[in-house]
Design a protein around this ligand. Structure first.
Ligand SMILES: C[S@@+](CC[C@H](N)C(=O)[O-])C[C@H]1O[C@@H](n2cnc3c(N)ncnc32)[C@H](O)[C@@H]1O
Length: 281
């Protein structure tokens, strides 16, 4: 068995046993809807958080590249990119984006897990290490953050986004996600529909009240390039699932030689807190 075949088999068996959500399945759909505007917005968000106009001459590691959109954005900003993801379908999407938009000599893509210590150590060090919405989906979040942090050069940037710890609410969502992944695919609607209603009923009810039924659905797609329904499936299914308080991430990274440069937090929301650290030279 090649290392890729072994990873793919491991990944498939985790899905089969309900221990993992198939993130990559959604990305194909995302690519169908990807517009230049969506790519431009991804570039802007990287620029804003990394605090510079260009990544010219920089090396950029995208851990858990998913669709590959942010690897592409980093390429467009001038970086030499290495993307990795555990899910074979995510890897296929990233490869497809590279095929469409970039010179492969400046962008390498591979299937790998951030939890593979030896492999991560073999990658060397990068000017920017980016891992958005990934490390909390590995099943071993702190180990994943540790391994990712080791790939940052002295003076380099570490940009991660991790789900906000909302205490009881987060534990309830964990139970929902476990239940969803534990069900046979044909029965998952039993978890999905009630979760969808809980997340969206207020907005959809408001749309109906002002005489604009389903307005939120249409606006959501225009904004994110992804349908609201698919994002709901991603959120409800997204498992393994861990969370952290901003101060826990701050302490963990500080004890590994990082200094916080920028942060956005989710006061009372379900989303991710974002952190940009610099590794002290
Ligand atoms: C929610 S998606 C985020 C994708 C992308 N970073 C973005 O911002 O759009 C999470 C990704 O993490 C990947 N992932 C999960 N566990 C991983 C692991 N152990 N090593 C590498 N990637 C992993 C999943 O396959 C999935 O593509």
């Amino acid at each position: 068995m090649t290392p890729n075949e072994r990873l793919t088999a491991e990944h498939a068996s985790e899905i089969q046993s309900g221990e993992r959500f198939e993130f990559g399945k959604n990305w194909g759909l995302f690519l169908e809807n990807l517009t230049n505007e969506g790519i431009h917005r991804a570039e802007e968000s990287l620029r804003e958080m990394l605090g510079g106009d260009s990544l010219d001459g920089k090396t950029f590691l995208d851990i858990g590249s998913g669709s590959g959109l942010f690897s592409l954005a980093a390429r467009r900003l001038g970086a030499k990119v290495h993307s990795l993801d555990y899910d074979p379908q995510s890897v296929a999407c990233t490869l497809e984006l590279r095929r469409r938009y970039s010179d492969p000599s400046e962008w390498t893509v591979e299937q790998a897990s951030v939890l593979d210590d030896r492999h991560m150590a073999s990658l060397g060090e990068f000017d920017v290490v980016y891992s958005w919405g990934v490390l909390h989906h590995t099943g071993s979040m702190w180990q994943a953050i540790h391994n990712a942090a080791l790939t940052v050069k002295p003076g380099g940037l570490f940009f991660i986004a991790i789900y906000n710890d909302q205490g009881r609410k987060s534990r309830q969502w964990l139970a929902v996600k476990k239940a969803y992944n534990g069900l046979p695919p044909g029965l998952r609607f039993l978890v999905l529909w009630p979760a969808f209603v809980q997340l969206w009923w207020k907005r959809l009810f408001k749309d109906a009240l002002v005489g604009k039924p389903l307005r939120s659905f249409r606006e959501y797609k225009a904004l994110r390039g992804m349908s609201l329904w698919h994002d709901v499936v991603d959120w409800v299914g997204g498992y393994p699932f861990e969370v952290a308080k901003p101060e826990e991430i701050f302490d963990f990274c500080r004890s590994r030689g990082f200094q916080l440069v920028r942060m956005t937090t989710q006061a009372g929301n379900l989303g991710c807190n974002e952190f940009v650290f610099v590794m002290q030279a």
